[in-house]
Ligand binder design. Structure first.
Ligand SMILES: C[S@@+](CC[C@H](N)C(=O)[O-])C[C@H]1O[C@@H](n2cnc3c(N)ncnc32)[C@H](O)[C@@H]1O
Length: 233
């Protein structure tokens, strides 16, 4: 589980870093527009995707292994007129919820945070157990092509640099190494937080992602027998 990566100031600044990323928000809101069933988002984070879906009137629950990310959702929905969101602080590779869902999705490549075959399989089994008859699993995956071609970056480089109107600023830096045989990108991250141009806090953390070739994902993972109906984008 990699929830250390999404705690404290990292959770607080997550939306600032992603504020210009809108394609997935538009996609999931459009996909579920008018959907009548119950939906679950795994690894829902700060609700960047969950909240717009909920705002369109869909019944949606969220699950995430970081309580700090879920706390951000609670703060955001307090100001919105959204019906009955339920949030669960559990890992997606081992969850048990009281509801069965007509759709379960994992957005923004977050399923790829499960890097071992066992955790992926456990997660797919949990997903299947929580789907209604006729329910489906929806996810998106990505391949980090530029990083695969580069193979490694030994020194940190800036991936995000964001300021707030109150003068606070945060910078995210990354270095990484590609393991081609395991199809894993091992990333190391450094988060710098500034107040009045002075470095006030610095956090370092590791985070890996597993990538899949599309046919591999469809044939080996999704049609492994764990899940009956899969939609990939
Ligand atoms: C890149 S963020 C994506 C959040 C949200 N889906 C979005 O698009 O903004 C990844 C999220 O996955 C959560 N996460 C990481 N590993 C997890 C796991 N094993 N089970 C559940 N959530 C996990 C993190 O806490 C974080 O909130």
């Amino acid at each position: 589980m990699q929830d250390q990566h999404y705690r404290g100031l990292v959770a607080e600044w997550y939306d600032d870093w992603l504020k210009e990323v809108t394609a997935d928000k538009v996609f999931y809101s459009g996909f579920f527009h008018g959907f009548q069933g119950q939906v679950l988002e795994l690894a829902c984070g700060t609700g960047r995707l969950l909240i717009p879906v909920a705002e369109s009137g869909v019944t949606i629950h969220g699950l995430d292994s970081s309580q700090h990310m879920l706390d951000v959702i609670w703060r955001k929905v307090a100001d919105l007129n959204i019906e009955a969101i339920e949030l669960y602080n559990q890992p997606m590779e081992e969850f048990s919820l009281p509801t069965q869902y007509d759709a379960i999705f994992v957005g923004s490549g977050s399923f790829q945070l499960l890097t071992s075959p066992e955790s992926t399989l456990h997660s797919l089994e949990c997903i299947q157990e929580h789907l209604t008859d006729g329910g489906f699993f929806l996810t998106d995956i990505f391949i980090p092509w530029d990083d695969i071609i580069a193979q490694r970056r030994d020194s940190y480089h800036v991936t995000r640099d964001v300021g707030r109107s109150n003068g606070q600023r945060s910078i995210v830096l990354e270095r990484f190494e590609i393991d081609l045989s395991k199809q894993v990108k091992h990333g190391a991250y450094r988060y710098e937080f500034y107040k009045d141009k002075h470095l006030s806090e610095c956090i370092t953390d590791d985070l890996s992602i597993r990538w899949y070739w599309k046919d591999e994902f469809l044939n080996r993972i999704c049609r492994s027998g764990s899940i009956d109906r899969v939609v990939t984008v």
